[in-house]
Design a protein around this ligand. Structure first.
Ligand SMILES: [Zn+2]
Length: 63
């Protein structure tokens, strides 16, 4: 079975992994209500609006 002749250098290893690191953070979307960046498919933390309606939290644990 073929075996690598040299240990992969840290620079080669890390540069190979680098493009995947960009995907670690989820994307942000812009709130249509207050135009602040927010997580997609989440109630806006700034104005508590989702889908054009204000969301009133009925559970303190979810707030
Ligand atoms: Zn908002």
């Amino acid at each position: 079975m073929a075996v690598p002749k040299r240990k992969t250098s840290k620079a080669k290893r890390d540069s190979r992994r680098a493009p995947n690191m960009k995907k670690a953070l989820p994307g942000l979307s812009i709130c249509p209500q207050c135009h602040e960046p927010k997580l997609p498919h989440r109630v806006c933390p700034n104005c508590n609006y989702y889908d054009g309606k204000e969301i009133v939290a009925d559970n303190a644990a979810e707030a």
